[in-house]
Design a protein around this ligand. Sequence first.
Ligand SMILES: C[C@@](O)(CCO)CC(=O)[O-]
Length: 427
Amino acid sequence: MHSFGYRANALLTFAVTILAFICAIASFSDNFSNQTPSAQIQILSSLVILNINWFQKQPHGNDEVFAFVAAEYETSKNSLNQVSLWDAIIPEKEEANFWIQISNKYRFIDQGHNLRGKDFNLTLHWHVMPKTGKMFADKIVMSGYRLPNANMEVKARAPGKIILAGEHAVVHGSTAVAAAIDLYTYVTLRLPLHSDENNDRLTLQLKDLSLEFTWSVSRLKEGIAYDSSNRQRSSSPLGSLPSSGYTPASLGEKIIHGKPSGIDNTVSAYGNIIKFCSGEITRLKSNMPLRMLITNTKVGRNTKALVSGVSERAVRHPEAMNSVFNAVDSISKEVAAIIQTKDDISVTEKEESVKELMEMNQGLLESMGVSHSSIDTVIQTTLKHKLTSKLTGAGGTVVEKVVEELESSGFQCFTASIGGKGAEICF
Ligand SMILES: C[C@@](O)(CCO)CC(=O)[O-]
C-alpha cells in the first residue's frame, strides 16, 4: 500500500511531465508558423513615416507588436550603442498597417562625446510578442546619417507688427486691431553638442546694436515653466506656431511692458491681421489692399512707464477714462469691420473711413497722455500733402515725396505690407 506522500509525489511528477511535454509541442509548433512581416520607414527631415504591413493576431490570443526606432552607432568600447528615439505598441491587427508622421518622441542626446561628426544608423526594430511561443524580432537598418561636426544651429525669424487701432486701451480690455508686417527680426541659436560646453548660459548677441546679454538657462526654464502653468490659453490660436514659441515671446513682453495685453507677442508669433480683446483673438481676412508707411520718430520710449501712466490716469479719472476706452473699443471694431467688409464700397471710401477712425484714435491716445510732439510733426507733414488717406494704400512717387520730407525732419521711414506670416523656426 503506497503512502499518501508517495501518491502525491507521483501525481505531481506526472502533471509536470505532461506540462513540459505540452510546452515542448507548443514551442516546436513555432517552426510551422511562417511569419513574413515587413516594414518600411522613411526619414524626412524631422519626420518619420512608418508602415508596418504585417500583424498576426490569434483568434483568442493577445499578440502585439512592439516597434521602436533607435539611432545606433559604434564606439571603441561598445560595438552597439542605441539611443531610442521613438517607440509604440501596436495592439491590434487593424492598427498594424499605418502611416505616421512624427518627430522623435525621446530626445537625441549624446551621452558622451561620441556622436559629433560621426556616422550613425537609424534602425526600426519590431518585436512580435505572441501569448505563447517564440518572440519574433526583425529590423530595418537605414545607414548614412551623420550628426554635424560643429555646433547645431536653429534659425528663427519673427515679424514686426503695427497696431492699426486700440493700443494702450487694449491693456484695459478694449478691442484692438494689429497686423504683422514684412519686416523681420532674425535670430540664430547655436546649440553646443557637448554637454560640458553648455555651461548653463544663454548668450544673446545683437550684432546690429552691438549689445550682448547673458542669462542662466535653468532660470529661464523656471520662468517658462511658471508662465506655461499660469497661461490660460495653452494652444496656438491661429495654428502656425507651437505654443512653446508663444511662451518666451509673452515673457519678453512682460519685461518690456510690465503689464502687457498680449497683443504684440500674439501677432508677431502667429502673423496675419487680428482683432484682439482680453486675450481673445479673431483672425481678420482683409478685403482691401493694405500697405503702410511706418515712420520711426527716433524718440526713445519707455513702454512700461507709458502703460503704467495710462493706468494711473484711469485710477485718477475712472469715468472719463472708461469713456475713452469704450470709444477706442468702438473704433477698433469699426476698423476691423471695414477691413473685412465685402460690400460694394470702393477702396478709396474704405481708406477714407480707416483714415478718419485712425485720426480719432490718435486724439484719444493724446487724451490718454501717450502722444508726443514728434507725432504731431508726422501728422502735419502728411496732412500738408493731403496724402494721409493714401498712405495706407498708395505707393509710388507721392509717398516718396512724403518720405523725403519726413526723413529731412530726422525721422526714419519704412513701407510695409501687412498681414503676413508669423514667427518661423528652421532647424
Ligand atoms: C501699448 C501697448 O498697448 C502696445 C504696445 O505695442 C501695450 C500692450 O498692449 O501690451
